[in-house]
Design a protein around this ligand. Structure first.
Ligand code: AHR
Length: 558
């Protein structure tokens, strides 16, 4: 990255003619030719740092035309994932009816209240890798089999949280059920019987068993995951082998709920890609090519994609890090945009009408386990960096709203990039939780394109767009804007010209904190919490100042 001094703002800006091909990469061959200029810029930077502190806010102009609308931002992109993993389910959700922690039928009340505020659209359960070793009969009735959880720490799985408890939890928080069935070590028959158990209203043996276990009415299952990562922990299958499994499960695993026959039909989600490279394009090609010629006897409504922000060889720390790790992680997370584009393009080839949704049903930051925690429990901290990471991912999903119609952050409580962390009776809401709360107005809102020249934030050899932004109109026609300032050092003055509406006033909230690695703890739970931000509207222009490293959501009154 090369720099020059912007004389107007008296700050360092990327040189307009010497930008890398993409926002985040610089090609090795360009490095040599830029070396001299970079050295010069580095020298200038030092001189400037000595002579004048860089406090001037950067100015970014946005243009929003509210009369031009795009696809609906499906509320299901704000889905969550709760796997039997570490303290995600046990302790995080389930404490049991005899616990001293206030609960309703064993499900902790504090967690339910916090999640209700997020309007969680759906919860994916029971896994993850756990799903492909899960046998549903272990988790029903008064006598639960005690089994093992070999994927995640090899600990005891008491099966006290099973089908009825999960459905109760989903109902308590007002979410739909996204159930993943066992393709890896199960059979189509086992999965078919589970669905019959959950959904039939007819007096079959399984229906009577469900009623005897306390739920006479059929359950609504909104989403069915047919396997999980079948290319890896879900059975190490080849694309062709998985395809024949998919066809079989898609046909036999039926939803009998009378209320889900003509309307609200259960959507079937096939396993899709888990990264970049030919292995994953082959997988998407195989499934989507078959879909193009599918017959009446099998069908899918979605293709899953998993993408973690992770360096598998040297996992980043989730706390106690600095600007270098901040910039690297954000650079890494932005790559999901290209991944979605790549797999969407394959899907477009075989499904130009976009009937099959892309479901990014595992995403988020995956860092090194916290010292002293069981490494199999995937315990990590959640910092301001994660809030910004979440906003960037949600914005990318929103920009792909025509194809990305579902996503599930991994995971809901106490695992990976969690919304909530608990320790016995204590609970704390994470920075990521607050981002999901601030984005509630974007659920099912209609995408409105925003154009802007983001400028650049650079650190070392990492160059990132300084700001990111999306806009949408909610069901009442109200315009909402989200603007992220990625730059951890400089504020940004936003001037947004609004057309297509008569804007009168604006109000909003911003989320930031003193440091890129600021976290909320049980003792200091409000270090990273939203606070009101003032925005001005005058002459069709909205102006507001973004604090460094912040996520801001504003609504515009007409
Ligand atoms: O979310 C943790 C694990 O990551 C899931 O079980 C698996 O699907 C993925 O590899």
């Amino acid at each position: 990255m090369a720099f020059e001094i912007d004389r107007q703002s008296q700050s360092i800006v990327p040189h307009p003619e010497l930008q890398p091909d993409t926002l985040t990469f610089i090609l090795p061959s360009q490095r040599t030719s830029l070396l001299m200029r970079s050295l010069l810029a580095g020298f200038t930077l030092i001189v400037m740092a000595i002579t004048a502190p860089m406090v001037a806010a950067q100015k970014v102009e946005l243009s929003v035309d509210a009369s031009k609308t795009g696809a609906k931002i499906d509320r299901n992109i704000f889905g969550q994932f709760a796997e039997h993993l570490g303290h995600g389910v046990y302790e995080g959700i389930w404490v049991g009816p005899d616990s001293s922690i206030p609960n309703t039928r064993g499900i902790r009340n504090d967690v339910v209240a916090a999640l209700k505020a997020l309007k969680v659209p759906n919860v994916r359960w029971p896994g993850g890798c756990f799903a492909d070793e899960y046998h549903w009969r272990n988790g029903i009735g008064s006598q639960r089999a005690v089994t093992l959880n070999p994927n995640w720490g090899g600990v005891i799985e008491p099966n006290t949280f099973g089908t009825h408890e999960f459905m109760d939890f989903a109902n308590q928080i007002g979410a739909e059920a996204y159930v993943s069935v066992n393709v890896g070590s199960g059979t189509p028959r086992e999965a078919a019987e589970w669905l019959e158990y959950m959904t039939t209203a007819q007096p079959t043996t399984l229906e009577k068993e469900r009623a005897a276990n306390g739920h006479p009415a059929p359950y609504k299952i909104a989403y069915l995951g047919i396997g999980n990562e079948s290319w890896d922990c879900g059975g190490n299958m080849t694309p062709d082998y998985y395809l024949s499994q998919l066809k079989s499960y898609s046909h036999f695993v039926r939803n009998f709920n009378p209320a889900q026959q003509d309307q609200q039909q259960m959507k079937k989600i096939a396993v899709g890609p888990g990264g970049d490279g030919p292995r994953w394009t082959e997988w998407t090609e195989t499934v989507m090519k078959a879909y193009q010629h599918h017959t009446w006897s099998w069908d899918i409504d979605g293709l899953s994609m998993h993408n973690y922000t992770v360096d598998w060889d040297h996992k980043f720390a989730s706390m106690g890090f600095g600007e270098t790790e901040y910039a690297k992680v954000l650079k890494d997370t932005l790559q999901i945009d290209a991944l979605i584009s790549k797999h969407s393009a394959i899907m477009d080839k075989y499904d130009p009408d976009k009937k099959v949704a892309l479901f990014v049903d595992e995403w988020g930051g995956w860092y090194a386990p916290l010292p002293g925690s069981n490494p199999g429990f995937l315990v990590q901290q959640n910092s301001l960096r994660d809030a910004i990471l979440a906003a960037l991912n949600l914005n990318i999903f929103a920009r792909h709203a025509d194809r990305v119609r579902g996503a599930n952050i991994a995971q809901m409580i106490n695992v990976l990039q969690a919304m909530i962390m608990t320790d016995k009776e204590k609970m704390v809401l994470t920075p990521t939780y607050y981002v999901f709360k601030m984005y509630v107005p974007f659920q099912d809102a209609t995408f409105v394109p925003v154009t802007f020249d983001a400028g650049w934030y650079t650190h070392g050899d990492v160059a990132l767009p300084r700001v990111d932004a999306i806009a949408a109109k909610d069901a009442n026609g109200k315009l909402w804007l989200e603007i992220t300032n990625l730059d951890p050092n400089q504020p940004v003055e936003i001037e947004a010209s609004l057309s297509g509406i008569t804007a009168k006033s604006a109000a909003g909230e911003t989320l930031t904190a003193p440091k890129v690695d600021s976290i909320n703890t049980f003792d200091a739970p409000n270090t990273v919490a939203p606070k009101p931000v003032s925005a001005k509207v005058q002459g069709g222009k909205l102006t507001l100042k973004l604090e460094p490293k912040s996520v801001t959501v504003v609504s515009v009154e007409q």
